[in-house]
Design a protein around this ligand. Sequence first.
Ligand SMILES: Cc1cc2nc3c(=O)[nH]c(=O)nc-3n(C[C@H](O)[C@H](O)[C@H](O)COP(=O)(O)O)c2cc1C
Length: 195
Amino acid sequence: MATLDDAALDLLFREAHTAHTYLDTPVGVADIERVWSSVQWAPSTMNVQPLRLFIAESERTRAAVLEHLSGSNHDKAAAAPLLAVVCADTDFHLTLDRLVPHIPNASDIFSDDERRIRTAREQTWLQSGYLILGIRGAGLGCGPMLGYDAAGLDATVLEGTSLVSLMVLTIGVPDPAGYRPRLPRLANHEVMLRR
Ligand SMILES: Cc1cc2nc3c(=O)[nH]c(=O)nc-3n(C[C@H](O)[C@H](O)[C@H](O)COP(=O)(O)O)c2cc1C
């Protein structure tokens, strides 16, 4: 069976950090499209794929996103080569005829708003983990941020869409000098409960 070698494991996990500062190297939509060509294969329940990546490409959109960050998160996002918002599409059910062709009327399963929105958020989180790994695998780095005004961003930047934001994401070629010291991880026995 094929396995990742040490260099790949280091890149994805062991030497990978959350990025806080980036080199000046430009990173654009073409880089993210390359990342997504792999990340698109992430699993999601029933193959619903609710993640949408809202890329703040124009200066205007970038400024609109930045308005909802403050303090160090604002400064890090303002300095990042690329700024995006990971969103969940609460209308993901409208794509299910195409994505779930083997289940007739699959969208009916999500006719209940509460269930559909919960599924959109949960499955976007799952896809987000793959996105972070995909970004790392492409030799880039990213900084996920929950420290922003989500209600404000959703009501302005995402107004009129079916999207809800889950996190702001800075992306670029990371400057390792900006890595924070590794925080402790749980021990195996705390995570793996053998009964
Ligand atoms: C969903 C999510 C939200 C986060 N939000 C913030 C944030 O708002 N500001 C920040 O500086 N770091 C944020 N972080 C970074 C975490 O603190 C960091 O990933 C964790 O401490 C592990 O650091 P390491 O990747 O360098 O080992 C966030 C990380 C994740 C995954």
